[in-house]
Design a protein around this ligand. Structure first.
Ligand code: SF4
Length: 369
């Protein structure tokens, strides 16, 4: 079997699940997880698998949050993006008198991608054109052999020849500060759009670096609905995303060592409900290596299943990515405690971390006594 056939077998009977920007952004949230890379590469439905396993994902926006987000976006985009223009004029020096506004949605869904290409091509050719806003553009990105369709909120083309992705989010900025986790998630998502737009420019024969790595994040300020715009540098997120997408084109290496008949198929019955025995599915998933981190709780449908698995193994992953990285090579909490109190001899390569753990334990005892 070639790689694509093996991925199809992993996914099973259901058609591949399309990737949206949020899902692609989440790939970059835990690039070291083989389980996720394989499931996403195969287009498997992680949400359905998690529900069948009895570990449904804790997220999904509440109807209230969705309504609030839609109202805020409408406000920012009202009257041909008048409010957005006000902010962009200050942030990017966009000359308000010369701005053109194109709502790509007006051309009908099936033509949106072709129309977006034509508009972006025209703007990139005439780099001295006046500022232009593209509302509802439709971009594409290849993910493990499949095309994902992506809809950034707005693309702004600035006088002087640079494109900026504009991301409108409804989480609040209070006294100049926003929830760091929400900003990080928005930056990862915006990085997906930057990459998609750079890919489009490259396909059209333009310099991809015409797309700025500074994205415009628009949020409500201080509990009111008044929007405020900030530039966010997404270079780091872009680098992680590129690495992860490259990793997904080399899934054959991740498949090595896994049995040929391994599958995450839910075996849906005639009514569409999964018929696969839960223990069998759990066993199939446990054959792939996960890299659980508390961040998974906000980015991956399988988070409760993987957390439960990490708990049963007493994995140091549960303590968070930073602690796990600092413990480098010490896989479980029991092992770390054993090295700290001297009950366990360090294995080859663990001497340095064992010394640090013993020092930490000695300091802890001194503090306690
Ligand atoms: S929840 Fe599990 S599968 Fe998803 S990224 Fe985390 S460890 Fe990987």
């Amino acid at each position: 079997m070639n790689t694509q056939q093996r991925l199809d077998a992993l996914r099973g009977a259901t058609p591949p699940r399309p990737h949206d920007a949020r899902a692609i952004a989440a790939l970059a949230a835990n690039p070291g997880c083989t389980r996720r890379a394989l499931m996403d590469g195969a287009g498997a439905d992680k949400d359905a698998a998690a529900r069948h396993l009895g570990f449904p994902a804790p997220f999904g926006q509440s109807p209230f949050a969705i309504t609030r987000g839609n109202v805020f976006e409408s406000l920012v985009k009202a009257d041909g993006c008048a409010e957005l223009l006000r902010m962009l004029r200050e942030l990017l020096g966009l000359p308000i008198a010369e701005v053109a506004y194109h709502d790509v949605e007006n051309v009908g869904a099936h033509l949106r991608h072709a129309h977006t290409r034509a508009l972006i091509d025209r703007a990139a050719r005439d780099a001295q054109d006046a500022g232009t806003l593209y509302d509802h553009p439709l971009l594409t990105l290849r993910i493990a052999g499949h095309t994902a369709y992506l809809e950034p909120d707005v693309v702004a083309f600035q006088l002087g020849g640079r494109f900026h992705i504009v991301e409108i989010k409804s989480f609040a900025v209070i006294d100049g500060q926003a929830d760091p986790a929400a900003v990080a998630a928005a930056a990862r998502q915006a990085a997906v759009y930057v990459l998609a737009l750079r890919t489009l420019l490259e396909e059209l024969g333009h310099d991809p670096l015409q797309v700025s790595h500074d994205v415009v994040l628009v949020c409500p300020e201080n509990f009111a609905n008044r929007p405020v715009a900030t530039l966010v540098d997404v270079r780091k997120q872009l680098a992680v995303l590129r690495r992860q997408l490259t990793r997904m084109t080399t899934l054959d290496r991740l498949l090595e060592g896994l049995p040929d008949d391994l599958t995450f198929d839910l075996l849906p019955g005639e009514d569409g409900r999964p018929t696969r025995p839960v223990a069998e599915l759990a066993d199939a998933l446990r054959r792939t290596t996960a890299r659980y981190a508390p961040d998974c709780l906000s980015t991956c449908d399988l988070c409760f299943f993987c957390r439960d698995e990490a708990r049963q193994e007493g994995a140091s992953d549960l303590l968070g990515r930073q602690v796990r990285d600092e413990l480098g090579g010490v896989g479980s909490v029991a092992e770390a405690l054993g090295l700290a109190d001297g009950a366990r001899d360090p294995a080859a390569g663990q001497e340095e971390i064992a010394r640090l753990l013993r020092n930490a334990e000695r300091l802890r005892r001194e503090c306690l006594t």
